[in-house]
Ligand binder design. Sequence first.
Ligand code: 5GP
Ligand code: ZN
Length: 113
Amino acid sequence: MSECLFCRIIAGDIPADKIYEDEEVLAFKDIAPKAPLHVLVVPKKHIASLEDLEEGDAPLLGRLQVVLRDIAREQGVAASGYRIILNCGKDAGQVVFHIHYHLLGGSPGLNLD
Ligand code: 5GP
Ligand code: ZN
């Protein structure tokens, strides 16, 4: 069994509130939401962080962003706006070392000001 939390969620060993799934991508609600809408979008392929990304993974990351965009539309935050975040490494606060985007939306004040 994998020791990676998100690999275990992908495998179905740990439950998650899934909102999108295809062959390459899984999206589920963050367990500790920082905004009314807080979704994590992950590739099913285990990539620990952006530092571990290989050249051939670039289309996969592009796919993740298309999925994020579609989820934002479906969840009704596309018009009001949303933010995507990818934490890489310790100083960024990355806790789960399976690459993921955060999608935050549903309230004002999601900017970096
Ligand atoms: P990071 O800081 O690595 O970018 O973000 C990891 C995120 O995973 C955090 O926002 C945290 O709340 C979320 N998280 C941690 N454990 C679980 C879990 O078991 N289930 C879900 N759905 N989210 C989790
Ligand atoms: Zn993993």
